[in-house]
Design a protein around this ligand. Structure first.
Ligand SMILES: Cc1cc2nc3c(=O)[nH]c(=O)nc-3n(C[C@H](O)[C@H](O)[C@H](O)COP(=O)(O)O)c2cc1C
Length: 156
C-alpha cells in the first residue's frame, strides 16, 4: 500500500525553484500538474518535510522548470538532498537567472513557468501549492524527463 502512487508512473519530473529572504532553493518534483486553463493554474504537491515547503509557503511563489535527459543529474542531486543547510545552486553548479517575481529560475531548463502562490492546501502528508502562471520563458525545444521510480528515468 505504501507506494500505491507508483501505479501512475512514469511521471514527468520538473525542478521547483523557490526563495524567501536571502534563501533560494531547488528541488525535484514529479507531482506537478496543470489545474486550470483560465486562469492558468498549476499545482505541485510538496511534503512538509522539504525545505522548499517553507520557502514556497513564506515566499508566496515558485518556479516550475522543465528538465530534459541532459538534466537528469541535476534532478537527482536536487531531489536527493535538502537545501536546508546548503545552497544547491552553488554546490551542484546549477545556473540560475531571475524572472518577474524575483525567484530563481533555471537558466539551462528548456522552459520555466513563474507562479504566484494563490492557494496552499493541506492534504495528508503533503501540501498542495497552487500557483497562477504569471510568466513563461521558453528557451528551447526538448523532450521531457519522466521518473519511473528509484534512480530510473525515461525520456518522452
Ligand atoms: C525524481 C524525483 C521526484 C520527486 N518528486 C517529489 C514531489 O513531487 N514532491 C515532494 O515533496 N518531493 C519530491 N521529491 C523529493 C524531493 O525532491 C527531495 O526530498 C529534496 O531533497 C527536497 O529538497 P529540499 O529539502 O531542499 O526542498 C522527488 C525526488 C525525486 C528524485
Amino acid at each position: 500500500m505504501e507506494k500505491l502512487y507508483r501505479i501512475l508512473y512514469p511521471m514527468r519530473v520538473v525542478l521547483i525553484t523557490s526563495k524567501y529572504g536571502k534563501r533560494e532553493n531547488v528541488m525535484a518534483a514529479a507531482w506537478c500538474f496543470p489545474i486550470s486553463m483560465d486562469p492558468p493554474l498549476f499545482g505541485v504537491s510538496v511534503s512538509r518535510k522539504r525545505f522548499s515547503h517553507e520557502l514556497i509557503s513564506k515566499g508566496k511563489a515558485f518556479g516550475i522548470n522543465l528538465v530534459g535527459k541532459d538534466m537528469e543529474k541535476e534532478a537527482l542531486l536536487a531531489g536527493r538532498s535538502s537545501g536546508k543547510g546548503k545552497d544547491k545552486f552553488v554546490e551542484f553548479c546549477i545556473n540560475k537567472e531571475y524572472g518577474k517575481l524575483g525567484i530563481p529560475l533555471l537558466k539551462d531548463s528548456p522552459a520555466s513557468i513563474e507562479c504566484r502562490l494563490v492557494k496552499e492546501i493541506e492534504l495528508g502528508d503533503h501540501v498542495l501549492f497552487v500557483g497562477e502562471a504569471v510568466n513563461v520563458i521558453k528557451r528551447r525545444e526538448a523532450k521531457g524527463l519522466y521518473h519511473k521510480g528509484e534512480d530510473e528515468f525515461i525520456e518522452i
